[in-house]
Design a binder for this molecule. Structure first.
Ligand code: 13P
Length: 340
């Protein structure tokens, strides 16, 4: 493991107040989003969509790294440029989702365990050859009556840590993503408690597996009330709770924390990240940024709708969301940016 290279890559991914774009939806998830808009669910439609994303003028001003899927990292633009090269050409580091998805966990009704460790060393070597410099693995933690269980938290943390160690061995920066889901009617306080326990368990496992903290990026959920919770806390309350939870659990050696959006609206995802950086900047030892999929892509996908004549307008919407989130990283996002 070359620790200096890992640190350099992690810093590059979030340099210049930039964040990450997650565009690594599995074929199934991408097809579901296309089907909802009547877009054909073909390999070529997915490639076309991702081509106009990575060629959107100005994307590299706000995005430092983009997470690709296994299908996409092997594809090329119309002109034959492979996707990782096309990203590198505009200053964006290419990453790859390497987990094999969250599956029902045996003996744990309602809970999931992420699979994909078997053969991962060999797959990582292949992804390095294809141009990936970082990777992502997502664990899913569900809040419900009597869950998450210790068994689910520990199994997912162990898998994340084994994945992260394999990535670093291969010279790849691991994004460690334990996502506590927003689904449910639980309070923000309950999300705080579950997120705190999740992150404690994850960092204990990372230490046990000798993961080099300076050469990784954490991708957590924000501390939020459940989507069906009758009390929806203010932007500032969410910002304060999230930063308090992270300060308790994430070692200062970690260079960057990049949130997932998890089903928040695009505007709320920007406003909450902004409030964290505005209210707490001086207290935080890590860069606090974004690694959004839906909160950056969805407005643009809605405009595109599979219609080639809408591409330019969709690209503008995509780059606008990326720019709003870059501003949020500096605490400089305002409502006026949405109406300008
Ligand atoms: P969302 O921002 O849509 O939650 O996706 C982020 C992600 O990469 C999930 O693994």
């Amino acid at each position: 493991m070359n620790t200096q290279d890992l640190m350099n890559t992690a810093m590059l991914m979030v340099a210049g107040d930039k964040g990450l774009l997650a565009m690594d939806e599995s074929t199934g998830t991408a097809n579901k989003r296309f089907a909802a808009l009547g877009i054909p669910q073909t390999e070529e439609a997915r490639r076309t969509y991702r081509e106009w994303i990575v060629t959107a003028p100005g994307l590299g001003d706000s995005i430092g790294g983009a997470i690709l899927s296994d299908e996409n990292i092997r594809q090329s633009l119309d002109d034959g440029t492979p996707f990782p090269k096309a990203l590198a050409n505009v200053g964006i580091v290419a990453g790859i989702k390497v987990d094999a998805g969250a599956k029902p966990m045996a003996g744990h009704p309602g809970e999931k365990i992420t699979e994909g460790l078997d053969g991962l060393r060999e797959r990582l070597a292949d992804y390095v050859r294809l141009g990936a410099k970082f990777a992502k693995w997502r664990a899913v933690i569900t809040i419900g009556p009597n869950i998450p269980s210790l068994g689910c938290l520990e199994a997912n943390a162990h898998a994340l840590a084994r994945y992260a160690a394999l990535c670093q061995e291969a010279g790849i920066v691991p994004i460690v993503e334990p996502e506590v889901l927003m689904d449910g009617d639980h309070s923000m306080e309950r999300c705080f408690a579950v997120t705190e326990e999740t992150l404690r368990t994850v960092f204990a496992a990372l230490a046990t597996q000798s993961v080099f903290l300076e050469g990784m990026v954490l991708k957590p959920n924000m501390v939020l009330p459940g989507l069906a919770c009758p009390t929806q806390n203010s932007v500032d309350d969410v910002a304060d709770a999230t930063v308090a939870c992270l300060l308790r659990t994430v070692p200062a050696a970690v260079p960057a924390i990049a949130f997932l959006s998890g089903g928040q609206s695009s505007e709320l995802a920007s406003a909450r990240l902004n409030a964290m950086n505005l209210r707490h900047r001086g207290r935080m030892p890590w860069a606090l940024t974004f690694s959004y999929a839906r909160a950056i892509q969805q407005p643009a996908l809605d405009i595109w709708h599979g219609d080639a004549t809408h591409v330019a307008e969709a690209q503008k919407a995509l780059v606008h969301r990326a720019a709003c989130n870059r501003a949020a990283r500096k605490g400089a996002y305002t409502d006026a940016m949405e109406t300008a």
